[in-house]
Design a protein around this ligand. Structure first.
Ligand SMILES: [Zn+2]
Ligand SMILES: [Zn+2]
Length: 145
């Protein structure tokens, strides 16, 4: 089932998404400090203007790539952003290098772009997206509701 990248949302869903947008205060989606631990290969840390702090591993971010292709792929396989694909290596034992970025570039003032070591680079990680997928205990509880 392919909609050629067009996402059909119900009026209710669209209304809820608008509401979610409205609830995100500017301070919550403006980073005060961004640390990309590229050399260490560990991940990204963001300190937000509202004092909140978020941490993600590169592996998690790679699996949460917001581009249309990855998004669709996750929908098809029922994975949440950040969730790794089912392990294929029972069939083919291939060594897969852990995800890490070769390049991290800011996109305007609103996002980060990663060029991953698997060659993928179409995901634009906006501050807003990153804040929404914050992995801290407080946010995780909210996301599960
Ligand atoms: Zn992607
Ligand atoms: Zn959080």
């Amino acid at each position: 089932m392919s909609h050629e990248g067009i996402r059909i949302v119900s009026a209710e869903r669209a209304r809820l998404e608008d509401l979610e947008h409205a609830q995100m205060p500017p301070n919550a989606v403006t980073p005060k400090k961004v640390r990309v631990k590229k050399t260490e290969g560990t991940g990204v840390e963001i300190e937000w203007n509202d004092g909140h702090r978020s941490v993600w591993s590169f592996e998690w971010l790679r699996n949460a790539c917001p581009c249309a292709t990855c998004h669709e792929d996750r929908e098809k396989t029922n994975r949440l952003p950040g969730e790794a694909k089912a392990k294929e290596h029972t069939l083919l034992k291939m060594y897969k290098a852990p995800a890490r970025p070769l390049e991290v570039t800011p996109v305007g003032k609103y996002a980060l772009k990663f060029k991953w070591n698997d060659g993928h680079e179409s995901g634009i990680y906006s501050w807003e997206y990153l804040r929404r997928v914050c992995r801290c205990d407080g946010c995780m509880t909210k996301q599960e509701l």
